[in-house]
Design a protein around this ligand. Structure first.
Ligand code: NAD
Ligand code: G3P
Length: 337
């Protein structure tokens, strides 16, 4: 039987662990707090993150990281992107020699500009063939309710991707494999920034035309950066690109979109963070993506405006003007600018 450890028991970690368990994988979920592990083991619930959701009875939880990691075929990491390096540095000595590491995270490391799979490979000292990524339109609460969803399992090694695909395929969760790790990860991280922008527009009371403008041009600037980083441009019209962007920007369940809505209604970043209380990767990842774009000479006006607004350099009116009053241009360029 395939075995997996999932670190840790937040929203998506808990739900993806449930998917693995429903797919017949032997899963141990690592929780930092004993009351979460106890609630999962005794009541099959994680009320702090997923109130009212019944988790699979076969899903086990522990606060003992060694117990979780020992013998795991897959170690699935789902913590805030900016906390991942420190966490994995502590866990790496406990990893087995053949363990495949799986990132569920949708962020870019702020200091280094590295994607999560790159940080994992660096910290764990493993090659890219032992690191996989799961990314797609996967709002945790919908999947917790076993509503149909699809996702992408990306790895440079097709056989590893297929093994993980089999380990998480259920009647309600349909994973596709993809070899384009760069594109899948960038799509997942960048859509959080665009979802912030869409949320801001919603909070300001702007309509569907403005939201569609941000989604469509957001995808265009994400694709430009992706191509510059070596991604396959087709990835951005797939589940990990357009699929995730549309789900996140359209759903009130998205923390990033909701965070933006608070900002668009006039709240500060601190007030919005307190209101959301869960991970909104787009806030810090916007800075990381803008730095990457500048390094590669790629223009990303929506991302740049989100960053300026989050830094407090422009207000809502000025941010809107910055985007709308840019010089006009053809919709599609063959160049990166
Ligand atoms: N929630 C979703 O619908 C969803 C779906 C797909 C991908 N993701 C991505 O998954 C990742 C995790 O998101 P989430 O929704 O589970 O977040 P969350 O806020 O619900 O949970 C975060 C988890 O990380 C742990 N954690 C927090 N700080 C930590 C630290 N410093 N060291 C170690 N662990 C720490 C918390 O205890 C918690 O278990 C993010 O990158 C997110 O973009 C989320
Ligand atoms: O709640 P968000 O904004 O982190 O988005 C959740 C998932 O990434 C959607 O695919």
């Amino acid at each position: 039987m395939t075995t997996a450890a999932v670190l840790s028991a937040g929203s998506w970690g808990t739900v993806f662990a449930s998917v693995l368990a429903d797919a017949g994988t032997d899963v141990t979920l690592h929780a930092r707090r004993a009351e979460i592990a106890d609630a999962i083991n005794e009541r099959h619930q994680n009320p702090g993150y997923l109130p009212g959701i019944d988790l699979p009875e076969q899903l086990k939880a522990t606060t003992d990281i060694e117990q979780a990691l020992t013998g795991a075929d897959f170690v699935v990491v789902s913590v805030p992107a900016q906390a991942m390096r420190a966490g994995l540095t502590a866990w790496a000595p406990l990893l087995g020699p053949d363990t495949v590491l799986v990132s569920l995270m949708k962020g870019i490391e702020l200091d280094s500009g590295l994607r999560m799979s790159e940080v994992i490979a660096e910290v764990a000292g493993v090659g890219p063939e032992r690191v996989a990524v799961v990314s797609g339109p996967n709002l945790a609460r919908e999947i917790a309710n076993r509503q149909p969803a699809a996702s992408v399992v990306a790895c440079t090694d097709e056989q590893v991707a297929q093994r993980l695909q089999a380990a998480c395929h259920t009647p309600y969760f349909r994973p596709y494999t993809n070899h384009d790790v760069i594109g899948c990860e960038l799509g997942g991280a960048a859509k959080n920034v665009i979802a912030l922008a869409v949320g801001i527009a919603v909070g300001m009371g702007l309509g569907n035309n403005a939201q569609s403008l941000l989604i469509t041009r957001g995808l265009a600037e994400t694709s430009r950066l992706g191509v510059a980083l070596g991604a396959d441009p087709h990835t951005f019209s797939g589940l990990a690109g357009m699929g995730d962007l549309v789900a996140t920007c359209a759903s009130p369940l998205s923390r990033n979109r909701s965070f933006g809505e608070h900002l668009g209604r006039g709240q500060s970043v601190t007030e919005a963070a307190a209101a959301i209380s869960q991970t909104s990767e787009g806030v810090k990842t916007s800075e990381a993506i803008l730095a990457l774009a500048r390094r590669h000479g790629v223009e990303m006006p929506i991302t740049e405006t989100v960053v300026q607004f989050l830094r407090g350099e422009v207000d809502l009116g000025k941010a809107t003007a910055l985007l709308m009053e840019r010089p006009t241009k053809p919709e599609r360029h063959t160049r990166t600018r």
